[in-house]
Design a protein around this ligand. Structure first.
Ligand SMILES: Cc1ncc(COP(=O)(O)O)c(C=O)c1O
Length: 397
């Protein structure tokens, strides 16, 4: 192992031409071969590889009715519609998430209601959820932030006591489990993302794991224009098939080109998880003496997906702001990210819902201090040491 404090002292940690891209997907020869096979067999759109990917994903999670779509945003949107919620209904979610969790609620015509986070785990605080329930509340969308499981026993208790549907946003949490139970299997729907930076990457892609067959069938229909089931087969080798439009749906279907990548990504999901766990542990020991806020200790009864490694930059302790930290890391040619500014900091939501960021103080503070460093399985040991050196230099340590 290189000693990060004694090497590479002149110039940036990495040269510009070796800029370490944040979240670069780990694509191997099998994915490339499978995509080429799809290109050669001519079935580019939704087809047999999507069906295979759905079954492989179901086998991995060991539960549920899978429907592959073109994004997790689509999965969230259609789950809310399939649950029957819309105008006049309130859906509670976290103030610390990607905008699409909230947008999906709005697209369904329902009203988003935010709950603040637990400052240690950065996950939705069940007490804050309970405090925001009204007679119009219909659902809760917890987000397993960074891959850490939400307190699902408390959230399910609140949901059951109030007759609410739980839709889990598992965009970061394919491998996550809470007390032995996989994320995405607690509520009525689990929604997953296969966006380019996610733990299973298909470029763009998503999937709903539904508890009941009826809801899964409706999501399948809604995801392809509202056309009757199996309409995707209409140009197949069995000859043309008529379909009927039974409701006004959306163009949310996954393509075989995407599933071709996903099938092989899924095969390496556990070895990739082990590599990210190794990197997580290396960062945690390498940063122990720094004035940064590190991720909370892992819960012994849960499984973290190690999707994001976030540090908190408190200007009072570090001597520079989060945004200056971001710039310093970029100058070292290390790609970094921000997950996320709190939802009420964005002007659209403030203007539309009158939300005040100060009313969600934990999410506000985290959103202003957080910074994500690379934790992809394809990082070499040298890449990891470069990240560590860049972080230490930026902290002046
Ligand atoms: C927490 C969370 N929810 C939802 C999404 C949306 O996923 P997608 O890009 O597949 O629509 C993301 C994507 O980054 C996310 O991080």
């Amino acid at each position: 192992m290189l000693n990060p404090t004694t090497t590479k002292t002149a110039g940036p940690v990495r040269s510009k031409d070796r800029f370490l891209v944040f979240g670069k997907p780990a694509i191997e020869a099998d994915e490339i071969r499978e995509v080429v096979d799809s290109l050669q067999n001519g079935w580019l759109g939704t087809g047999p590889k999507v069906a295979r990917f759905e079954q492989d994903f179901r086998r991995y999670k060991g539960w549920g009715q899978p429907v592959a779509l073109n994004s997790c945003t689509a999965a969230l949107h259609l789950s809310i519609l399939a649950a029957g919620y819309g105008p006049g209904d309130e859906v509670i979610t976290t103030a610390m998430t990607f905008c699409s969790t909230v947008n999906a609620i709005i697209h369904a015509g329902a009203t988003p209601v935010l709950a603040d986070i637990d400052p240690d785990t950065m996950n939705i605080d069940p007490a804050q959820v309970a405090a925001r329930i009204t007679p119009r509340t219909k659902a809760i969308i917890p987000v397993h932030f960074a891959g850490r499981a939400c307190r699902m026993d408390e959230l399910m208790g609140i949901a059951n006591a109030n007759g609410l549907t739980v839709i889990e946003d598992c965009a970061h949490a394919i491998e996550t489990a809470y007390r032995g139970q996989p994320a995405g299997t607690f509520g009525r729907f689990g929604c997953f993302s296969f966006y380019a930076t996610k733990n299973v990457a298909t470029g763009e892609g998503g999937l709903v794991l539904a508890r009941d067959e009826e809801a899964a069938a409706r999501i399948k229909v809604l995801g392809l224009h509202g056309m009757t089931k199996d309409a995707w087969k209409r140009f197949g080798d069995e000859g043309y098939r008529h379909y009927q439009v039974v409701e006004c749906g959306f163009k949310y279907n996954m393509m075989d080109l995407q599933a071709a990548i996903g099938i092989h990504q899924l095969k390496r999901i556990e070895s990739n998880w082990l590599r990210r766990q190794e990197i997580w542990q290396r960062y945690t020991s390498a940063f122990a003496d720094l004035p940064l806020g590190l991720p909370a200790a892992l819960e012994s009864d849960s499984r973290h997906a190690y999707h994001l490694y976030t540090v908190l930059v408190d200007e009072q302790k570090v001597g520079l702001s989060r945004d200056r930290f971001l710039s310093a890391m970029t100058a070292e040619n290390i790609g970094v990210g921000v997950h996320y500014q709190s939802i009420p900091e964005h002007p659209y939501y403030r203007q539309t819902f009158g939300w005040n960021p100060e009313d969600y103080p934990q999410a506000l503070r985290v959103g202003r201090q957080t910074l994500s460093i690379p934790i992809a399985p394809n990082l070499t040991d040298e890449d990891v040491e470069d990240v560590i050196l860049a972080v230490r230099r930026t902290c002046n340590c």
